[in-house]
Design a protein around this ligand. Sequence first.
Ligand code: ASP
Ligand code: MG
Length: 240
Amino acid sequence: MNESERARRIVAKFGGSSVADAASIKRVAARIVAAKQAGNEVVVVISAMGDTTDELMDLALQVSPQPQPRELDMLLTTGERQSAALLAMAMNDLGVEALSYTGSQAGVITTAQHGNARIIDITPGRIEKSLEEGYVVIVAGFQGVSQTTKDITTLGRGASDTTAVALAAALGADVCEIYTDVDGVYTADPNLCRTARKLDRITYDEMLELSSQGAKVLQIRSVEFAKKFNVPVRVRSTCS
Ligand code: ASP
Ligand code: MG
């Protein structure tokens, strides 16, 4: 079988700016439908809409000056759950069956540390079954469930990237596509530096270096994961 005949398995992550309102959720849905109809198996990892995570955090602090970490994680994870469900609705209206899952349902098993848990295992049985049945699977990023306490955890700010890369590794995906508001990785911040060049390719170590210098395009932990499991990561613009 040549490459074009083989069904490719894609994990695609869309950041908060890509799903900031209803219109953008519909645009993302249409893009995913196209990828599915091209014959790919598609798993989508989604962030919370726009500034939802910050807004939920503000709300928590208005209610309690020092919210309990367990309850904060219960609250913050609703952001991704909201966008996952909305995206599934939009996709179903376009005639492609989609199922949304929380991190816990998707089998993202973590340490117990609220607010900054680490992924220690992924048990993707449910995702595999849904893919086999022909569904597009939409996973709420940034969250999992603790192996020991069974409580819901979050993985640190920006961690939907890490959810995506970890799932791509666990599912043996051909590629992990990170859709964001920039169209790739640049030598410097393209918004600040006019001579910044877009890089066609970058090694894991170079990307780790850029992330540690503050490049926001990929969460550093996701790059460490990609390196460890040799996951091909592609940064793409939602706008193009
Ligand atoms: N919504 C979470 C955050 O804003 C996770 C993410 O965007 O990746 O940090
Ligand atoms: Mg976010």
